[in-house]
Design a protein around this ligand. Structure first.
Ligand SMILES: [Zn+2]
Length: 219
């Protein structure tokens, strides 16, 4: 009898621990909010194309549950994005963006932003955010590790930056779930642009992101 109970509780544990990872993919900008515009390239189109490819790969090649903040060319406000994330309660959300640096066109490469500790907040708020920020950092480190391990053919492996929020990233500050903002490449850099224009680029980056998501173990 005891063995049966142990076996049943182990079975129950396996069922519980096998719940799929839940992910929200947030395609930055949309509609009138074009994001960075460089020559004829608009950031809102790049983020949507990549977000859709990531969701497609997730559904086809994993049991991860995926939700998207937008699937068409429409403007979604920052508050709507935050509300959506808080409703879906993902294990992680990924906000997809492309970068620009008009004054320093030599800036290039992939960057990861994660929520900053706001030490000026009250001890209660810091405590409430501790787990979310800690997990975001852990997932950011995992994305960084995968970036160097994955066989990306359309991106150069440049030293990667893992940033705290250097800018006022409302999405990272106000969402209640772990998340990362991925700046995929610089539209203002000619080398990055030639990566982006490679027809294999979207597949390549989406595949890398799926491989990083698959590494996440949920407790
Ligand atoms: Zn952006």
């Amino acid at each position: 009898m005891r063995i049966l109970i142990v076996a049943l509780s182990l079975f129950g544990f396996l069922i519980l621990s096998a719940r799929p990872l839940v992910v929200v993919i947030d395609a930055g900008h949309g509609g009138k909010n074009k994001g960075v515009v460089y020559n004829a390239i608009e950031e809102k189109d790049l983020t949507l194309e990549l977000a859709q490819k990531i969701a497609f790969f997730i559904r086809k090649h994993s049991n991860i549950k995926v939700f998207m903040t937008r699937t068409t060319d429409k403007n979604v406000s920052m508050n709507q994005r935050i509300k959506f994330i808080n409703q879906m309660k993902p294990d992680i959300f990924l906000s997809i963006h492309f970068n620009a640096q008009i004054l320093l066109k030599s800036n290039r490469g992939f960057e990861i932003y994660y929520p900053a500790d706001h030490l000026e907040r009250s001890p209660q708020e810091i405590f409430a955010n501790y787990d979310r920020i800690n997990r975001s950092f852990k997932y950011g480190a995992l994305f960084k590790k995968r970036y160097f391990k994955t066989n990306l053919t359309t991106m150069w492996k440049l030293p990667l930056n893992l940033f705290k929020a250097h800018r006022n990233l409302k999405l990272l500050n106000e969402s209640k779930h772990p998340g990362l903002l991925l700046e995929i490449a610089y539209l203002t850099n000619p080398d990055d642009r030639s990566c982006i224009e490679n027809p294999k680029f979207v597949n390549d980056v989406a595949w890398y992101i799926l491989s990083a998501l698959k590494q996440i173990k949920i407790q």
